[in-house]
Structure formats: structure tokens, C-alpha cells
Design a protein around this ligand. Structure first.
Ligand SMILES: Cc1cc2nc3c(=O)[nH]c(=O)nc-3n(C[C@H](O)[C@H](O)[C@H](O)COP(=O)(O)OP(=O)(O)OC[C@H]3O[C@@H](n4cnc5c(N)ncnc54)[C@H](O)[C@@H]3O)c2cc1C
Length: 234
């Protein structure tokens, strides 16, 4: 060992990136560790976004660790900076603020991104994903103006969002393009149980359907047309 400080760059400051930074710090008290994330928000637990939406937790309540902890551990956070380029041969990353960070070791923990499906991109300004603190706060700001929410998707995130919006007093329509509410590995009987629970809870389930068109009626009111031709007002 030359005694030179090793430089680690971690792309993605979700639970995986933060856990990796802490593990590196435990192994190497001198290393330079930089966590880069394109989201401007402080690293937080995504699975708690429903609590923020419901108002049972504030933003700070879902932070993985607080600012002081990162300072004490000497883990540098670069928030709101997207990694645009990575060179493993020249050992650098290039960030959206035009900065170049060099490294001895790189770790990629970028998770999975939800995206608006291509046939709905033209309506993006009226749609929200439920994946980051930022878009959760956007959804939250829309709740007071809404009577009904139309959700599109499947899996636990869609069900969590449906649960929270229902508890916030909205009528909820869940449009699932697939015939399954969750993942293929879930047995059909369990899928059926889930279907029953959801329907009994008051969620209007539209399985095997998709959104075809969205029209703005007036501020905060939209008409959503499904492929079958059915219309729902949001
Ligand atoms: C609402 C909701 C509820 C959930 N509930 C559960 C649950 O109950 N149980 C469960 O097990 N899981 C749940 N999940 C999933 C869980 O949150 C994820 O599995 C977990 O966040 C994955 O952690 P990660 O660190 O691998 O990735 P992420 O949390 O996705 O973090 C990756 C980070 O990489 C950043 N990034 C990506 N590309 C770049 C780039 N080019 N430059 C810079 N930064 C970049 C992203 O901004 C992001 O912050 C839920 C997710 C959501 C959204």
C-alpha cells in the first residue's frame, strides 16, 4: 500500500448506495467516498413515500441518515447531479454540472427507473410517477383539488398508492394493462384474493385495460378515456 487515500465514487444514493458507502467507510477509515445522485432530495427510504403522501411522516422522517451522520462519516454527497458519462478505462465520471470526478473504484447502484409509457408521453404534464420524493410531493399537492384519482400500473407501488389515495378520501380507479395485479411469480389464487380485497376496499379495478386519451376539461379536471371507450373523470 502506498498510503494514498483511495477514492470511491458511488452512483446512486438510494438504500443500496448509502449502505455501500457505510460498508466502505467501516473497511477504510481514510478513503474518500462520494455519493452522486441526480435527485436533489436527501437520501431517503422510497418504501416510506406513502407515509409522506398520507402526511403521517414528513420529509425528514424518511431520511436514511441525517446530514450530521454523513458529515461525521466524511461521506460526500453530490445531490442533483446526474452522471452523464462513465469511463472505466480513464477512471472518471462526468456530471451534469460539467464536473469530472476521478476514482480508483466505482460502484453503480442506480436502482430501477419508472417511466411514463411512450403512448402517454404526450400527456406527461398531467401525469405523475410515484417513485421519488419530488413526484410524491407533486401528487400530494394535487389531492386537495381532486375527487377521483386514476392510477395506471400494477404491483406493490400501484397498490400502495391506491391505498393511500383511498385513505385520503379520493375515489380510486386502478387501470392495470396486465391481467395480473402483481408479478407472474404470485400464484393465481393469491392474485384472486388480492383482487377481492381491493374491490371490497372500494377501488374500481379495470384489469386488461389501458388509458387511451386524456383531455383537460378545466383546471384540475380531466377526462380519461380507456381503450374500451369508457370514460372516467379525474
Ligand atoms: C412507493 C414505493 C414503495 C415501495 N415499497 C417497497 C416495499 O414495501 N418493499 C420493498 O422491498 N421495496 C419497496 N419499494 C422498492 C424499493 O424502494 C427499491 O427496491 C429500493 O429503493 C431500491 O434501492 P436502490 O438503492 O437499489 O435504488 P433506488 O432507491 O432506486 O436508488 C437509485 C438512485 O440512483 C439514482 N440514479 C439513477 N441514475 C443516475 C445517474 N445517471 N446519475 C446519478 N444518479 C442516478 C436515482 O436518482 C436514485 O436515487 C418501493 C418503491 C416505491 C417507489
Amino acid at each position: 500500500m502506498s498510503g494514498k487515500k483511495r477514492k470511491f465514487v458511488i452512483i446512486g444514493a438510494g438504500v443500496a448506495g448509502v449502505a455501500a458507502a457505510l460498508a466502505i467507510r467501516e473497511e477504510d477509515g481514510d478513503a474518500s467516498i462520494t455519493l452522486v445522485d441526480e435527485e436533489a432530495d436527501f437520501p431517503h427510504y422510497r418504501f416510506m413515500l406513502g407515509d409522506v403522501l398520507l402526511g403521517t411522516k414528513d420529509e425528514r422522517g424518511i431520511f436514511i441518515k441525517d446530514e450530521r451522520f454523513f458529515d461525521e462519516k466524511e461521506i460526500k454527497l453530490r445531490r442533483g447531479q446526474k452522471v452523464l458519462k462513465l469511463s472505466v478505462t480513464e477512471k472518471y465520471v462526468f456530471l451534469s454540472n460539467n464536473e469530472r470526478l476521478t476514482f480508483d473504484a466505482i460502484l453503480i447502484s442506480v436502482g430501477r427507473r419508472e417511466v411514463i409509457p411512450s403512448h402517454l408521453k404526450q400527456y406527461s404534464r398531467w401525469l405523475s410517477l410515484f417513485s421519488t420524493l419530488e413526484n410524491t410531493l407533486t401528487i400530494k399537492s394535487r389531492i386537495p383539488h381532486a375527487k377521483r384519482a386514476i392510477l395506471r400500473g400494477k404491483g406493490f407501488n400501484a397498490l400502495e398508492l391506491a391505498r393511500v389515495l383511498l385513505r385520503s378520501g379520493l375515489e380510486v380507479v386502478l387501470v392495470t394493462p396486465d391481467k395480473r395485479l402483481t408479478y407472474p411469480s404470485m400464484p393465481e389464487e393469491e392474485n384472486e384474493d388480492l383482487r377481492r380485497i381491493i374491490t371490497e376496499a372500494g377501488i374500481l379495478l379495470r384489469e386488461g385495460e389501458d388509458i387511451n386519451r386524456i383531455e383537460e376539461k378545466n383546471m384540475h379536471t380531466y377526462s380519461v378515456e380507456l381503450l374500451s371507450g369508457d370514460r372516467h373523470r379525474r
